[in-house]
Design a protein. Structure first.
Length: 483
């Protein structure tokens, strides 16, 4: 009888102990041998081995990052692809992000990923996703965007002046892509995840200023303008969803805001405001930050006022909104800035004396929230943590709230009809004026905040004695909160 051939023994699953040997093979061999070792490293951190991801990067036993980064520069597509997949998996845990983006191998990792994007390889989109994963660690976003490689021994070059810098590589990816790349094609995926990466990187003023000096603001506006999908159908992480987030983040800072305005951002984003969902909220906040006029906001700006005030409230209460956004997606200084800018637009539309538009924004709950943000800063500064807030207030948010109050004074101080005396209003006016003065006198208060607070305090103090219903109710709500 014929002997059945012995089947080859099944390859044993890779173990963490195999790593040193695999790394040697990856670096010293080339082609298939190197790729096979890279594949084992990938298998060690795949979906079935999530528990290995942190030890592989953080245990200090091995350096897997430098060899993986080296594989990114290989000509062989196979090893490169597997290295991208492994780096993507390793970039998911928060502990790993810090090591990968800020540790000793960070230059090689960011440099390798950037090079693949620059060379427009098939893995370009995977590298954008990996960088995006790393950029969720906010401490890393400056380092990532500052990536500006030069030849060994040469003087450093500013990212804007270096065609090989990450920011210029991303700009080329966005400007060279066909205006409507085939959905799902490598090209469209690269552009989509690049916009996701840019959304995260645009969160700091320093980075936004860099983006403002490129054509990237123009490109994201074009993405919004040229889409055929209605905003109600934009899914989370779609090109349109990312692009509108980039607009919102860049609209907060002077240099990038100018670049957006030049690209026609208000006209591109305005139609999206009438959506009642997350995209509508993002468009509303963006238009407020871009300085759109009061008349640009739909339905007498009633929905805009409501959703901006609700956003501020949710952030202070540390909660998201079901089906729209999680807590942490929006910063308090963004929401308060949008509320301040809407208040400014309303006051401008009221042209001095009236209060018909500021009334829309000056609902007692929103006014009380502004008092709360300012007084929390005063309490925090007094080191008297008792009765202070659940979140740490920031100087910028307090400034935005002080400015908003000043713009909204005509509505906040509207007298009751018919006018009457009120002890309640007198007490409210006294306490609020005192709190605003205390804020103006803090050492950390900006000049803008100081002027607004002193001005508001003076007018509020002078208004006492006559009943001011909005002021009174706002004061009541603020007092309840402090208890």
């Amino acid at each position: 009888s014929i002997m059945s051939e012995k089947a080859a023994p099944p390859a044993k699953p890779p173990q963490l102990d195999d790593i040193p040997e695999l790394l040697t093979t990856m670096v010293e061999e080339t082609g298939e041998k190197s790729a096979a070792a890279t594949k084992r490293i990938y298998e060690l951190c795949d979906v079935g081995h999530k528990q290995n991801r942190v030890p592989m990067v953080c245990s200090g036993k091995w350096d897997v990052l430098t060899p993986l980064a080296k594989c990114l520069t290989q000509e062989s597509g196979d090893g490169r692809h597997l290295a991208c997949l492994a780096l993507n998996n390793l970039s998911i845990p928060t502990e790993n992000k810090r090591v990968m983006a800020l540790g000793p191998a960070s230059k090689d990792v960011i440099g390798g990923l950037c090079k693949v994007i620059a060379e427009d390889k098939q893995e370009s989109y995977l590298c954008c996703i990996c960088l995006m994963n790393l950029s969720f660690l906010e401490a890393s976003i400056t380092t990532i965007l500052q990536h500006s490689p030069v030849e060994e021994g040469e003087a450093p070059v500013d990212p804007i002046d270096n065609q090989s810098s990450l920011i210029r590589v991303l700009e080329r990816l966005l400007t060279n892509s066909p205006s409507v790349p085939k959905s799902g094609s490598g090209k469209s995926e690269g552009v989509r995840w690049a916009c996701g990466l840019i959304k995260n990187l645009a969160k700091s003023e320093e980075n936004a200023a860099l983006f403002g000096k490129t054509d990237i603001p123009k490109c994201v506006i074009e993405n919004i303008r040229s889409t055929t999908a209605p905003p109600s159908r934009w899914t989370s992480n779609s090109l349109e969803d990312f692009s509108l987030f980039v607009v919102l983040n860049l609209a907060q800072w002077p240099i990038s805001k100018e670049a957006l305005l030049e690209a026609g951002a208000i006209d591109a984003v305005k139609p999206i405001m009438s959506e009642g969902d997350l995209q509508g909220l993002k468009a509303t906040v963006s238009c407020a930050l871009l300085g759109a006029e009061w008349s640009a906001f739909p339905d007498g700006a009633q929905p805009a006022s409501k959703s901006t005030a609700e956003l501020m409230t949710n952030i202070v209460e540390k909660k998201g909104k079901d089906g729209q956004y999680a807590y942490g997606v929006f910063k308090l200084y963004t929401a308060t800035k949008a509320y301040r800018d809407l208040s400014q637009a309303a006051a401008a539309a009221d042209s001095g004396d009236g209060e018909s538009n500021t009334k829309t924004l000056a609902v007692p709950s929103a006014v009380a929230l502004c008092f709360q943000v300012i007084s929390d800063l005063v309490l925090a500064a007094a080191d008297d943590a008792e009765g202070s807030s659940k979140y740490v207030p920031d100087v910028k948010s307090a400034e935005h709230c002080a400015c908003a109050i000043e713009y909204l004074l005509p509505a906040v101080l509207q007298a009751s009809d018919p006018p009457r005396k009120s002890v309640q209003s007198e007490k409210a006016a006294g306490e609020i004026a005192q709190m605003l003065t205390a804020y103006a006198d803090l050492s950390g208060t900006t000049e803008v905040g100081q002027v607004a607070a002193k001005n508001a305090a003076g007018k509020i103090r002078a208004s006492g004695g006559t009943a001011r219903p909005v002021l009174e109710i706002s004061h009541d709500l603020w007092t309840q909160y402090r208890k």
